[in-house]
Every structure is written in structure tokens, then in C-alpha cells.
Design a protein around this ligand. Sequence first.
Ligand SMILES: *Cc1c(COP(=O)(O)O)cnc(C)c1O
Length: 399
Amino acid sequence: MEDSFTVGEYVPPDRTLMGPGPSDIHPRVYSALSDTITGYLDDSYVDLMNDVQEGLRYLFRTDNEYTFAVSGTGSAAMETAFTNLVEPGETVLVPSNGYFGKRMGEVARRAGGEIVTVDAEWGEPLDPRAVADAFERHQPAVFGFIHGETSTGVKQTEIPELTSIAREHDAYVIADTVASLGGVEFHTDEWNLDVVYSGSQKCLSAPPGVSPITFSDRAVEKITSREAPVRSWYLDFTGVWEYWSDEPSYHHTGPISIMYALRESLRMIGEEGIEQQWNRHEKVAGALKTGVEAMDVPLAVEDDYWLPTLNAVSVPDGVDDTVVIDRLLTEHGIEIVGGLGALSGEIFRVGCMGYSARPANVANFIAAFGDVLDDEGAAVDVAAGAASTAGALGEYYRS
Ligand SMILES: *Cc1c(COP(=O)(O)O)cnc(C)c1O
């Protein structure tokens, strides 16, 4: 055992975060993080929790009363959704077209669910016909899907179709919007979702640690009439809601500083406007997309289900993706990542979320990426990429 512990000051490297999250944090959010803390039931903090709930309703496009932020990252929100809504023995339908769909299945299984999957390829969204087939065959009580699948860069389309299939079978629908809420159009109420959750560190320009979630009245009725108690004490909706209700009482200590950060992030989203927020992500990521395409490294997904917040860029022939990723980080301070599972070595994953979704980042990324690929011997047209991105950004500035 050591007698003492001495290390120097920690100085983080200067990074531009363009991976699948976390994303860059807005300076106003950094500043909120350093505000002095209060007690977790201080009137001022309770007011702040109310502001957060109102901001989250705006963000989710919902009137759901039961809207709050889970203390934990996106996976804790995923676990909150499934562990509360699923009763042991119930059949749960989950996607098979990506890494986070798989995680959903594992979480639902641990909640006691019997897991069945919708057949779909990695790199494609769920087809409503395949979902309808799976409903006919398995009659699931709960169906979960991923709006923005971060492992493949695929956006789930036709969501109203998916929820109406579930309604016809009296089932409940859970949507994962961890990598999309705030960055890609989403309508909780209009699209008839029962539970939707997200995360703070992807499209919300905030640090990881608190995760938005919203429950419909119908979902809460199911939860409050459960026979078996929820298996997690910490994530039990009924307990957590006591803290977030109009008469808050102690359940667990709120993550106060991160909640300050989330409030500031929601405040900025309110100032910019949610539609403008969606539009900015689409246009700025669109400048990235057109740049890589002009360079001759196309996206690995079709335009119809392109996810602006996470771009799956094909790895050109003859190039080692890990070398490119490493050089972008060490020579340019830009973080991107590679593909998972079957897509390892096939795609780069380039995030464009929250405060990272800025013209300067995209222009810098395209220049650095083109330069590194060229230097690694890939057949890329660097100048065409830069020109195409500059053109798209110019249009965005003028719009
Ligand atoms: C990042 C992510 C998660 C998990 O979130 P954590 O904050 O890492 O726990 C879940 N779903 C999707 C789609 C994600 O991108």
C-alpha cells in the first residue's frame, strides 16, 4: 500500500468530438456546470427541476406530465423504460438491425421479458411489414425500436406506421432517441409513443450523466398496475416520480451540477427553436455528407434513411480505418470512430450532434479527413470535397 498519492493537475487534450458521443459542450453549458450547488430539495433546485421538465416536454414534443431526467446516461434511461414497462414473462419485440437494438433486447431480457426480434439487416431501418409480421407471429406486449441507430447511421422512418401496428395489438411502444432527440425531427405525441428516452451528451451539447425520458398516461397506468415490483429500486418509476412530482420528496440525490447543465442546454434549444435545431443538424451534416460524397467516399446508407447526427462513411479501398482514425485524433485533435461488429473496417462513424454540429467543425473535418485519406493513398478528390462542403455551408449561411 502506498503512503501517499501525488499526481499533477489533469489537463485534458484539446479535442473536437465528432464520434457517436459525447459531443462538444457549449461554453454556456460549461459555465452552468460550475455554478455553486444547493441541497437537492432546495426551493431553488425544485424550481430548476420544473424548468427542466418544461424544457423536456418542448424537446420531446409532448404534453406528457410524466417527463423528467433519469440520473444516469442513456443506458440508464433505456433500463428505466424496459424495467418499468415490462413485467416478467411478457413478450418484448426488439430490432435486430444494430448494436443498440441488441442492447435493448438484453436490457428487456434482464427485466424478465421473453425476447423476440424483427428481422432486418444492419444498415437498414425496420420495415413496417416485417414489424406487422412479427406482431402477428408473437403478439408482443411491448415493442422497442431505435430512432437513430448509432452503430449503422440509420434513421428509423415510418414511425406512425409502427406505432399504429402496435396499437392494433394493444401493445406499448418504446423509442430510443439517445443519438437523435434535438437533432432529428421527432414527435412523441403526434406519433403515439408510450415511452421515449434520450441522453444529454449527444445532441444536447451537455455532459453525460442525465437522460431525458417521457411516459404517456397509458404507460404509467400499466406501470402502476404491475403485479411484480420493478426489479430495480433506483430506476423504479414510482419512486423516482416522487422526487419529480409537484410535492417532491427524497428518493435519491439529484445530479445537481449536471442538471444545471441540462437546464442551460434546454434554454438554448428554446432560444434557437426546435425546428431550427433540426434544420441546423440537417444542413450542417448535409455539408459533411456532400463533402465526403464529392471526395468519392460515399455514405454506407441510402439517402431515405440517412441519419444526420451520425454519418456512416465508407472506408475507401486499400485504407486501414484505424490508422485514419488515429491520425485524425493525434494530428488534428478530431475524434471519430470505426464500425462495430460486421461493419468493423467497413465504415467510419462521424457524429454531427449538438455543439459539434457547427460549420467550422465540418469544414475542418472535411479538410483533415481528405488530407489524411489522400496521404494514406486512397483515391479521393480532396479539392472537390472541400468545394462541395463550402458550397453547402454557403447555402446554409444564406438561408
Ligand atoms: C449512446 C447510445 C445509447 C447509450 O447511451 P449511454 O449514454 O452511452 O449510456 C443508447 N442508444 C443509442 C442509440 C445511443 O447512441
